[in-house]
Write a protein that binds this ligand. Structure first.
Ligand code: MG
Length: 379
């Protein structure tokens, strides 16, 4: 089989409510959809992180992909191993979009779901976390008023979706974040596990001072409180709870460094940010061998990427924490089989063949036009 064309479509899908974190606020999700066609008439679908910069890298790589067998995934990744060196995070994302489409093709050729190709369904239902964050309706709220409002949001998520884990997006104000966590704990009384992720916006000294209050809660883990492996290791030495990251262990050579420093307990997988499904599975192998746990990061995936993450989570035993998703915030999708509901705190493992999703051409055209009109939404 040979690749005959590689198409990138940058899309914007609006969110039901603007999403805020310590990084910023955005009202839409921007993603890059990849369609790889072959001389055997099959099409592979991929989706990846970010918009126009990612699509530009994929277009730069396209002449080298034409005529290549898309099933030679390891060969393709080895040939382009310098892409992340030159382009960083977005380089990993570009490779991941191409690589995902190759796995989709492999599944279509085999007539089997991706999860089966990765070793089979270890789990049929994937636990997910519920996401609590500051919304425009909370504007002007501070202190206990904000904490109460966020706790009410958490309560609604548990009632509607049955999630067993709540993740609070933290801020540059660790005191307020801990107050918010205490309000969530008060509502659930330990029946729901809690995470807080300030995206490394806290200082080490503040984090160490606030640790006893967090340790009194039913913590699933503390995610990226501070920036960098050394700072994380300083916190972890004092912390009586797992530390998780999708910020300080983001590429293969971070893993031995994290282990040496004792910086983390849980690494958040993300096929887009680790350069593909195959590299993510290599990371999972390393975590299993080194005694680290895994969870799954969300970068506001649409239906193609969500399917890929669910297949990976279904087949990978070491992903033993509820995965993050912003699926229920999205006002639309680009596939004919969108998952729009979390029931009982889980999403179903998808079937196949391949990723098991097909493109809704009208929705894709609308989402593409939205990106052309509004540009990328990046925060
Ligand atoms: Mg995070």
């Amino acid at each position: 089989m040979k690749i005959t064309s590689v198409q990138t479509i940058v899309v914007n899908v609006p969110l039901s409510v603007p999403f805020s974190s310590s990084v910023g606020t955005r009202a839409a999700t921007t993603r890059t959809v990849v369609r790889i066609r072959t001389d055997e008439g099959l099409e592979g679908l991929g989706e990846t992180f970010r918009g126009r910069p990612t699509a530009a890298i994929i277009q730069t790589l396209t002449p080298d992909l034409i005529g290549v067998d898309p099933l030679d995934i390891e060969t393709m990744l080895a040939k382009h191993h310098m892409v992340p060196f030159f382009y960083g995070y977005v380089g990993f994302a570009a490779l991941a979009g191409i690589e995902m489409a190759c796995w989709d093709l492999l599944g279509k050729v085999a007539g089997r779901p991706l999860a089966v190709l990765l070793g089979g369904y270890y789990r049929r239902e994937i636990p997910v976390s519920g996401l609590v964050f500051k919304k425009p309706s909370h504007r002007g709220f501070r202190g206990k008023d904000l904490a109460r409002a966020l706790a009410e949001d958490g309560k609604a998520l548990v009632a509607e979706q049955g999630v067993k884990v709540i993740k609070l997006k933290g801020s540059h104000d660790p005191e307020q974040d801990v107050l918010n966590m205490e309000a969530l704990q008060e509502v659930f009384g330990g029946a729901v596990r809690l995470r807080v992720d300030p995206n490394a916006a806290w200082r080490v000294a503040d984090t160490l001072r606030l640790l006893p209050r967090l340790q009194a809660l039913t913590m699933d883990y503390l995610e990226d409180p501070v920036e960098g492996l050394d700072a994380m290791a300083r916190v972890r030495r004092e912390a009586r709870m797992p530390l998780a990251t999708n910020m300080c262990v983001v590429k293969p050579d971070d893993v031995p460094a994290a282990l040496r420093l004792g910086a983390v307990d849980v690494i958040l997988a993300d096929v887009h940010k680790w350069g593909g499904i195959h590299p993510t599975r290599k990371l999972a192998g390393a975590c299993e061998m080194l005694g680290l746990d895994m969870s799954m990061h969300s970068g506001s995936e649409l239906g193609i990427s969500t399917a890929a993450h669910l297949h990976v989570a279904a087949a990978t035993r070491v992903i033993n924490h509820a995965m993050d998703t912003t699926l229920t915030l999205q006002m639309g999708d680009v596939v004919n089989e969108p998952l729009t509901k979390v029931v009982g705190g889980v999403l179903p493992a998808p079937g196949g063949p391949g990723l098991g999703v097909t493109i809704d051409e009208d929705a894709l055209a609308r989402a593409s036009a939205a990106n052309e009109r509004d540009g990328d939404s990046v925060a």
